[in-house]
Design a binder for this molecule. Structure first.
Ligand code: 2AM
Length: 198
């Protein structure tokens, strides 16, 4: 099965993104737009995994989540990979000053590389992919894209867990299904000592 780890977004945030993106479709640029239910932040793409490894990966992910309590990020700002002026991937950014998403990702890379999943070579830049460019865009179209999404907030997202997803590909597009929901629970570093100190 094809799998990845990500942070799902609440319906109101996905709705706000879909509403902002919808008018951009009018000029019919050659872009595959992400469907509203599929909007998410990817933490790590795993690719093909044997279904019998889901439990093991779930346990590793629970380990990587240790020490992280729930946190928030705001969803704002248009971007593009490799560049906004010549994008192949269109995305919306997240803002979170403590960079906890990056730290979670780093923990995940460390734990999963030990289990045989290769590290991502590219620098991690958390984002929400809204579209993938399939062919040449109309000249200057990127400016319209940037203008339509700049200066808008798509909400503040409270993150209390992240998810291991299966991605089922079909001609109609990908369908994501949650295999494991991994809670962020801040545990005391040394619960025994804390008790004694009381
Ligand atoms: P992205 O959209 O954040 O770039 C589920 O398929 C997610 O895994 C996608 O949204 C994509 O993340 C990421 N993904 C898919 N194929 C990938 C690949 N070959 N390498 C790295 N990430 C990939």
């Amino acid at each position: 099965m094809r799998a990845f780890i990500g942070i799902g977004l609440p319906p109101e945030c996905r709705r706000a993104i879909a509403e902002a993106v919808f008018p951009l479709r009018a000029k019919r640029p050659a872009v595959s737009w992400t469907s509203e239910p599929n909007l998410h932040v990817t933490l790590k793409f795993l690719g093909q995994i044997p279904p019998e490894r889901v439990d093991e990966i779930g346990s590793l992910l629970a380990e990587t989540a240790r020490g992280f309590g729930p946190f928030e990020f705001s969803v704002e700002g248009p971007g593009g990979f490799p560049a906004l002026r010549a994008p192949r991937v269109l995305w919306i950014g997240i803002r979170e000053p403590l960079e906890l998403v990056g730290k979670l990702h780093e923990n995940m890379e460390n734990a999963l590389s030990g289990a045989g999943f290769p590290r991502e070579e590219r620098r991690f830049h958390p984002h929400i992919t809204v579209g993938r460019v399939r062919d040449r865009l109309p000249p200057g179209w990127w400016e319209e894209y940037a203008k339509a999404l700049s200066g808008k907030s798509f909400g503040v997202v409270g993150v209390s867990s992240f998810q291991l997803y299966e991605s089922r590909l079909s001609p109609g597009g990908a369908a994501y299904c949650v295999l494991r929901d991994v809670p962020l629970l801040r545990e005391p570093a040394n619960p025994g000592r804390e008790e004694k100190g009381k």
